[in-house]
Design a protein around this ligand. Structure first.
Ligand SMILES: [Zn+2]
Length: 398
């Protein structure tokens, strides 16, 4: 889709028209012959009115961009991806479970980032209607920050904490990352701290990251309960995943298993609140779901990534029934075939035994992640005051 909203050197308001417009504003029905009145400003192109085309046109004489017989919805939000490893697509083992996948990924992580692969990945997101990404970065965070700024793509750069810092070290950030982190990036308005996972990262490091984000009012993301091995490790310190991280000298030999579920552990560490984004939440039971709901935690499902790796699928119907704010993410190209969020939604809706409807699914790509990521003043719905960024709903959903 040509991104008309990015037209340069335009100052006059204009109208964008589509056969159907889904605003995602609560209680608002789809608008037939819908239109957006758009005002270019120095903060980008903003929506100044949303209505039936004939009603909008009656009051004005603006230039009209007619998108034709399509249904438009708000621009999509990818709540979880790792762009920096896009060049590792095709190098991992799928379908055999989490540890075989990790084992195939880790040796390649030292390869430098590749701008061609980044370009392709970003282009794929943009062309499928994604307008914002919560991108989790690690060793190449500075590179990603420069890349995303240059490409003028809206994002959170969630810089991931990883490792069990040695006693006495600055536990707010693992030393290697602290050295590499460009001060310009750390002061950037797109920057937030994130946690990798309990099996790879010290609990006090995760708490410090969460507290930093809390003070800055930024979202905190953490991979949580992705595989049964993670639950086993947190519950009793054993299993294939524990063996893998011990052998890699990441999980300390004196690691004390908390003896509970990852969700309960996160609750005990006070990591759960309405600005936390728990990624995956595959291995959870009803008690965990109630814990997530009680703390108003946002959950990012990555169903195709889970299927690619060969772990179970998250209980998304139960999470939804318990009013957990659900988002969708593609995760990275090392555990997915593409970064197209429509494919993610199609997979979720058509998965065997899935009982989710399209309206709920559309929320997971728009209003829900906008709220979870604290970007709902600009994104998530097509309404006055928000950025004029939309997506075209593929025919397969209509
Ligand atoms: Zn991830």
């Amino acid at each position: 889709m040509r991104d008309f909203s990015r037209q340069k050197n335009q100052t006059a308001p204009y109208i964008v028209r589509a056969a159907t417009l889904i605003s995602m504003v609560p209680e608002q029905k789809p608008i037939d012959n819908g239109a957006l009145l758009i005002q270019p400003t120095d903060k980008g192109n903003l929506i100044t009115a949303v209505d039936n085309y004939n009603l909008l046109k009656r009051e004005s004489y603006q230039k009209v961009i007619d998108l034709g017989p399509v249904t438009i919805a708000p621009g999509l939000i990818n709540a979880h991806t790792h762009l920096e490893i896009s060049h590792l697509a095709g190098m991992t083992v799928g379908g055999q479970g989490f540890v075989p996948w990790l084992r195939s990924l880790v040796p390649h992580l030292t390869l430098p980032p590749d701008n061609k692969a980044l370009d392709r990945a970003l282009q794929e997101m943009r062309s499928s209607g994604t307008v914002f990404a919560a991108d989790m970065a690690a060793r190449h965070a500075n590179h990603l920050a420069r890349f995303l700024k240059k490409k003028d793509f809206a994002h959170w750069l969630m810089v991931q904490h990883f490792g069990f810092a040695a006693p006495g070290n600055d536990k707010t950030m693992p030393p290697a990352m602290a050295e590499n982190l460009n001060p310009e990036l750390a002061n950037s308005e797109n920057f937030c701290r994130a946690g990798h996972a309990f099996y790879s990262t010290d609990a006090t490091t995760l708490q410090a990251a969460k507290n930093w984000n809390r003070k800055q009012q930024r979202p905190f993301a953490l991979h949580l309960a992705e595989s049964s091995g993670e639950n086993e490790l947190i519950h009793d310190g054993r299993g294939e995943l524990a063996d893998f991280f011990r052998a890699a000298d990441i999980l300390p030999s004196n690691f004390q298993a908390p003896g509970c579920s990852p969700i309960t552990y996160a609750e005990n560490l006070q990591l759960l609140d309405e600005s936390t984004l728990a990624i995956h939440c595959v291995e959870i039971d009803q008690r965990d779901i109630e814990t997530l709901a009680r703390h108003r935690v946002n959950v990012c499902l990555c169903p195709r990534s889970n299927a690619f790796i060969g772990v179970n699928r998250a209980p998304w119907e139960k999470l939804n029934k318990n009013s957990v704010n659900l988002c969708l993410g593609t995760d990275s190209l090392t555990s997915n075939h593409d970064l197209n969020l429509w494919h993610e939604l199609e997979f979720l809706l058509t998965e065997k035994n899935s009982h989710m409807d399209l309206e709920t699914g559309l929320k997971m790509l728009t209003v829900n992640p906008a709220q979870a990521l604290a970007i709902d003043t600009d994104f998530g719905t097509l309404e006055t005051g928000k950025k004029a960024l939309w997506s075209v709903v593929p025919d397969v959903f209509l």
